[in-house]
Write a protein that binds this ligand. Sequence first.
Ligand SMILES: Cc1cc2nc3c(=O)[nH]c(=O)nc-3n(C[C@H](O)[C@H](O)[C@H](O)COP(=O)(O)OP(=O)(O)OC[C@H]3O[C@@H](n4cnc5c(N)ncnc54)[C@H](O)[C@@H]3O)c2cc1C
Length: 403
Amino acid sequence: MIATPPSRSAHLEKVLIAGGGIGGLATALALARRGIASTVLERRLLFGEDGAGIQIGPNGTRILEMLGAASALKPRVTAPDALRILDAATARPLGTFPLGRWIAERHGAPYWVAHRRDLHNALLVAAEREPLIRLRMGFDVTVVEEMGDTVTAVSSAADEARGDALIAADGAWSILRRDAFAAGTPVYTGKCAVRVVLPIEEVPEALNRTEVHLWLGPDVHVVHYPVSAGHGVALVAVFDDRQVAADWSAPCDRAWVMARTTGFAPLLQDLLAKPEHWRRWSLMRLARRPRVAVGRTALLGDAAHPVLPFLAQGGVMALEDAVVVADALATDPGDPAHALAAYARRREARVRRVAQASRMNGVIFHLSGRMAAARNMVLARTPPERFMRRYDWLYGWTPPQSE
Ligand SMILES: Cc1cc2nc3c(=O)[nH]c(=O)nc-3n(C[C@H](O)[C@H](O)[C@H](O)COP(=O)(O)OP(=O)(O)OC[C@H]3O[C@@H](n4cnc5c(N)ncnc54)[C@H](O)[C@@H]3O)c2cc1C
């Protein structure tokens, strides 16, 4: 009897990942944990992750621990004691809700705040140590072709990479989503986020604590928390804005921001007056949800579902996607298209719920008049732990059992 060699599709040799951001690197690490090799194709020549702060709930820190990235990040984070909500006009406290030890004990994983660059760097350090992961910098994926059992990614310089499947983790402005998934371009929400990281010394003492601060006002909210091992404070303000910024990181000056702070409490105005230069980021949404998996190609992270930053979960959703797609491919390595369809199904309800909760927060944060007064009364009257228990469904998410 002549032994036939196993068909190529019976074994997953290599997965291509377009985009080496938070989702792309996490996917490569999650695949490596399951013994699957990957090549990450990143369009930038060098990683210089700017960005500002990122909040990483227990559903995210649990995954970072699993992927071997938590230990590198830990010295650079703060585990804030609480979420403190204030009225932007009066600086009146509206409520203080437990994070810190309370949330870590409740969910078995901490709540961290960090500089986005430190999170990316921790994932990168872990990926560079992993022999099953190859990083190709300066590779901007422009075309993806599927033929038989092979997916080919082609760059604008006509470089090619081949694999058994491709995960498109190329961010909120995903070219691949537009082309391969015919999903259209993002639509502007009418809101923008301005952001900056300040040295801690520049933050008024009254605010200089290990807490996440959330200031609420009509059509505006401001968030700040410590980053870079407590040496900096990430500051984000979300305003209504008619003008779409042309890129992620449009420069924006102090005068632009201060013109929008009329009526703010002096403490908040003083804080917002500190930075001379900000970055402005227009908040976009997709008019309709794309198909997440098509054949041997699937979308992941912001490419699949750019969520608005009102629940601080966009990056964490990319981490969750990463462990689920790796689990799906490891469970069904002989049929990547089937595995990717299963991944898309497994993420659908979760991502939709997070996106809805985030949108709802956006509405609640920006209320005015009587509706804002009613919101403030609910915040004042709800016992803090009961308030936080409402988010058990969010922070209590655990990765697939087979992990
Ligand atoms: C103001 C603001 C605050 C936020 N705060 C939080 C928060 O507190 N917590 C949280 O969890 N999330 C937060 N987010 C969201 C979070 O930053 C994103 O959800 C997260 O970065 C998504 O990761 P990603 O890997 O999908 O995309 P990205 O991190 O954007 O990575 C995409 C990568 O793909 C590369 N790329 C793009 N096109 C190509 C191509 N054609 N070929 C090859 N490479 C390509 C890019 O260079 C980049 O490296 C916030 C977002 C905003 C706007």
